[in-house]
Write a protein that binds this ligand. Sequence first.
Ligand SMILES: Cc1cc2nc3c(=O)[nH]c(=O)nc-3n(C[C@H](O)[C@H](O)[C@H](O)COP(=O)(O)O)c2cc1C
Length: 165
Amino acid sequence: MDKNALRSLSYGVYTVTAWDNGRPTGCTANSAMQITSSPATIAVSVNHDNYTNSVIKELGKFAICVIAEDSDAAVIGRFGFMSGRDTDKFDGIPYSVRGMMPVPDAACAYICCNVVDTMETATHTVFLGEVTDAGVTRQATPMTYAYYHNVIKGKTAKNAPTANF
Ligand SMILES: Cc1cc2nc3c(=O)[nH]c(=O)nc-3n(C[C@H](O)[C@H](O)[C@H](O)COP(=O)(O)O)c2cc1C
C-alpha cells in the first residue's frame, strides 16, 4: 500500500470549539468535512484522548472555526499541542460568541452544530453535526492543511487522524 496516496487528500485547518461548563475550550483539527447540504451536516474526527472529545459529548454541540492563512499560527499551536484538561486555552486568545459558541477572532468563518450522531473508531469519535448557525466573520483566505505544512511549516500532531502518514 502506498500511503503517499493518503497524503494527497485535501483538508482545511480548524479550531473545533465547545463550552466546558461555561468555559470555552477546543482543539485544532484538520479532519472536518461537509456531509450533506440539506440539512447542512458536518463531520469531524476527534481523538478519544482529546479533552475536547469529552466536552463535545457532554455539551452535544461544537463549532468549526475556520483558520485563515493570515491567522496567528500560535492559535493553531495552542489549540493543537496543549490540552484543555490542564490549560485554559482561550486565556489571552480574543474571541466572540457566535451562534452561542466561542469563535476565536483569528478565524474567518464559523459553523455551529448540534451533534446528531457519533461513530466510534478504535482511536477517534466521528461527530456528525447538524448546522444550527454559520457566518463569515472577515474576508480572508481559509488555510489548507497543505499551506499549514508547506508555508507555516507546522508539525503534524500525534492525535490528528493523518498523523501516521
Ligand atoms: C494541524 C493540526 C491538526 C490536527 N487535527 C486533528 C484532528 O483532526 N483530530 C484530532 O483528534 N486531533 C487533531 N489534532 C490534535 C489536537 O488538536 C491535539 O491533540 C490537542 O492538543 C487536543 O487538545 P484537547 O486535549 O484540549 O482537546 C491536530 C493538531 C494540529 C496541530
